[in-house]
Design a protein around this ligand. Structure first.
Ligand code: FEO
Ligand code: CA
Ligand code: CA
Ligand code: CA
Length: 598
């Protein structure tokens, strides 16, 4: 380990040098605990994980694949700081080449999966709720947790908001357009002040295929979302629901934010269409001074946009039931980042500006179903793949992870996306107007305002090596710099924790977790805390109770060139013959029991 670089940084750990080599590593003084692995039992009756005997029935009761978003809801409900609660985990996608024997590499595996394997994959998607607690310093799942739950690609859900019941959401199985089976590609997420969780459907286009994609009245709309005939998931071979020629409206029932109550395993999840349909990375909230709730969201695609949703009414802290449908009524906005450092939030409201029947928008339902096209017409700023957008709870500033965009050309740059061939990504900081008068105070920003200021927080990459890399201060050339920011979290001191996705390809370093101050001399001076196992990215950073734990979702270990079930590049975390690599949630604690980062 090297010297802690900057005496001005508030971080107390020594950064991991980038040259740690393949395999997992964590800063000195910290311990990694594996909490939940793909296939671990979640529900009663779940068999132990056996890679040779997988079935959809077993997987429906077990922890799903490719854990992403993480959240923690205390038990009992409302308790503060206690180390007992519900871990909520998204299961974004599946890697059949690493899940099943004998399928070969990633491309051919998707052509060779059987119908039975497809059913396993479908049950491995969605989300898990798992009761966990810390006992004698160790985080463990509580066996038989009464609130444990699995949500899958088949779980019954309700549709609400402006697209509910819309003719473009009606299918042969659901002529009402109000009841959907399942959720797919849930990447990051968020929560609400009233104790529900939000999970975000991202790359939903990968699941729907067949010749119907390119024909019919919706062909242009499908194209804007990246649907192709030869869908990456080949589920349409077996399941007519995913064959667009058979069910031309099923794709419109995905790409939404889904809300559910983690404390009620019987609750029906709700697709909240007022928040728009796009490749939702996540959805994190802030509360404006008048009590309205603001949800920030990124659309993770090259040249797509940053959005926010502002509820029409304030939330009610005394009567939680009154918040039940708060996310159905409000205004969706898309961001225009002006070169002078100002930002305009432009409303996506039917009938306003170009969002009229003349342009094919007959209702607000049409606007949210084709939110991307509506935002195109408003002149939103095309960004370098917006991932997490999250509010610093101490300063009230908003951070936008822009993961990368190697398709941006010299003539297409602007102040907010200044780097051509942006292989390493950057982070933008949005400063909403500060509150005044009675509401004035540190961190109190008017998140509902329709304008803001913005600046670049950091340009990722290695200073001196990668063109344009910059961190406000002299970041250490050895191990401080990062590449491809994806998710972020904040500790209670307002320091940012950034996890990365894509650094091995972009910069030949492992993905990892980095921390930095957001203010003072240590501002944007990132320091590497954790390095991921081979092939994995780091998702879902979450500072646990009292900042004494950081939970991480280690996604797709072994997902690198040539790595298969039969010959994986890693068998993390079990590290034994016969076991494939297993996406897992880990808890990192300080060996002396202290605060993370201290
Ligand atoms: Fe699923 Fe944008 O990462
Ligand atoms: Ca991912
Ligand atoms: Ca992500
Ligand atoms: Ca990503």
């Amino acid at each position: 380990a090297e010297e802690a670089r900057s005496p001005s940084s508030s971080l107390g750990f020594r950064g991991l040098p980038q040259g740690t080599g393949p395999g997992e590593a964590v800063a000195e003084g910290y311990e990694v605990q594996v909490l939940m692995r793909w296939g671990d039992p979640v529900l009663p009756g779940a068999p132990a994980f056996d890679p040779a005997k997988q079935s959809a029935e077993a997987q429906a009761l077990q922890f799903g694949y490719n854990n992403d978003y993480l959240d923690f809801f205390p038990l009992p409900k409302g308790a503060a700081g206690g180390e007992h609660g519900l871990l909520v985990v998204n299961h974004e996608y599946t890697n059949p080449e690493l899940m099943f024997p004998g399928l070969g590499g990633a491309r051919e595996a998707r052509q060779r999966t059987s119908e039975a394997q497809m059913r396993v994959e479908q049950m491995a998607h969605g989300a898990s709720v798992v009761e966990i607690r810390r006992e004698n310093g160790r985080w463990v799942p509580v066996r038989g947790g009464a609130l444990n739950r699995r949500i899958t690609a088949e779980t019954e859900m309700r549709v609400s908001g402006p697209a509910a019941g819309h003719e473009r959401l009606r299918t042969s199985a659901d002529p009402t357009g109000r009841r959907v089976r399942g959720t797919l590609n849930n990447c990051a997420g968020g929560n609400t002040p009233w104790g529900t969780v939000l999970i975000a459907e991202e790359n939903f286009n990968y699941y729907f295929g067949g010749p119907g994609v390119e024909t019919g009245p919706q062909a242009a709309a499908f194209k804007r979302y990246g649907f192709v005939r030869d869908a990456q998931y080949t589920w349409h071979r077996f399941d007519p629901r995913f064959d667009v020629a058979r069910e031309p409206n099923e794709p419109n029932r995905f790409g939404w934010v889904v809300e559910f109550d983690p404390y009620d395993p019987g609750s029906v999840p709700v697709k909240r269409t007022a928040l728009g349909r796009f490749k939702h990375e996540g959805c994190t909230h802030a509360i404006s001074s008048d009590g309205r709730v603001v949800i920030y969201m990124g659309d993770d695609e090259r040249f797509d946009y940053v959005y926010k949703f502002v509820t029409a009414r304030p939330w009610n802290s005394d009567e939680p039931g009154l918040n039940r449908d708060l996310l159905d009524d409000g205004t969706l906005y898309v961001a225009r980042f002006n070169d002078d450092g100002s930002l305009d939030w432009m409303p996506l409201v039917h009938g306003q500006g170009p969002l009229t029947e003349a342009n094919g928008f007959r209702s607000q339902g049409d606007v949210v179903i084709e939110a991307r096209r509506a935002a195109d017409l408003l002149g939103a700023t095309p960004m370098d793949r917006p991932e997490d957008v999250e509010v610093n709870p101490v300063t009230g500033r908003v951070y936008v992870m822009l993961t990368n965009n190697t398709s941006r050309r010299d003539n297409g740059t602007g102040a907010a996306n200044p780097r051509p061939n942006n292989a390493h990504g950057h982070v933008i900081e949005i400063l909403p107007p500060a509150m005044s008068g009675a509401n004035e105070g540190r961190g109190r920003m008017d998140h509902a305002a329709t304008s803001a200021r913005w600046e670049v927080f950091l340009m990722a990459g290695q200073p001196g090596t990668h063109a344009g890399a910059a961190y406000h201060a002299a970041v250490d050339a050895e191990g401080g710099w990062l590449s491809c920011p994806d998710n972020c979290a904040f500790d209670s001191k307002g320091r940012i924790w950034i996890s990365t996705d894509g650094a091995p390809a972009a910069a030949r370093i492992a993905d990892g977790l980095f921390a930095a101050d957001t203010e003072g001399d240590g501002r944007a001076l990132t320091r590497r805390f954790y390095a991921a196992p081979t092939g994995a990215e780091v998702c879902g950073p979450l500072l646990g109770p009292a900042d004494r734990t950081v939970f991480l979702a280690i996604q797709h270990p072994g997902e690198d060139a040539g790595s298969t079930f039969d010959k994986p590049s890693t068998r993390w975390p079990d590290n034994r013959e016969g076991m494939p690599p297993r996406p897992s949630v880990i808890a990192i604690v300080k060996r002396d029991g202290g605060e993370i980062g201290s």
